[in-house]
Design a binder for this molecule. Structure first.
Ligand SMILES: [Cu+2]
Length: 68
């Protein structure tokens, strides 16, 4: 299992956090997601055999947030 910490801007509240969490959790290979709008941070645990971190970034960006 691997983990990444992404800097994500554009999350303004708990609703944004849950949008990101739901979106990323739905990806095959993701096992845990922790999003914080206060810290502009999303931590993701994933199985590198099943998903590329780039796909995680794209999924978050696809919801209108900016991934550094
Ligand atoms: Cu929000």
């Amino acid at each position: 299992m691997a983990s990444i910490e992404l800097q994500v801007t554009g999350m303004k509240c708990g609703g944004c956090e849950s949008t990101v969490t739901k979106t990323v959790t739905a990806l095959a290979g993701v096992t845990a997601v922790k999003a914080s709008h206060k810290e502009n941070r999303v931590e993701v645990e994933y199985d590198p055999a099943q998903i590329d971190p780039e796909a995680i970034r794209k999924a978050i960006a696809g919801q209108g947030f900016t991934v550094a």
